[in-house]
Design a protein. Structure first.
Length: 98
């Protein structure tokens, strides 16, 4: 399935959930629990809309560039690179903590 097909299927399922919640609200007293489920379903609807927009933007953008892999050698680093470096939390080697 394509992303668009999956999003459409998710939207249909969410629509069915909303219809089922409507029937439940008629059968069960409109208490805190049903309101929480209704609110969660509304949040899902908003999140799915954001996901649909995001997927649409990705399709219209240029394809992602493939980055060249950089190989890091196993040889030790030149110790001169660390001459002025301080050990985190310990300060410089030639100074004492206050």
């Amino acid at each position: 399935m394509s992303v668009q097909d999956d999003l459409t299927a998710a939207q249909r399922t969410l629509d069915e959930l909303t219809r089922t919640l409507g029937r439940l609200e008629q059968q069960v007293s409109a208490g805190l629990e049903i309101r929480r489920v209704r609110t969660d379903a509304d949040h899902l609807r908003e999140s799915l809309a954001l996901l649909r927009d995001s997927a649409a933007q990705e399709r219209t953008q240029a394809p992602a560039r493939h980055h060249e892999m950089v190989t890091i050698p196993d040889a030790p680093y030149n110790s001169a690179l660390w001459t002025d470096a301080e050990d985190e939390g310990l300060g410089a080697r030639d100074r004492h903590a206050p």
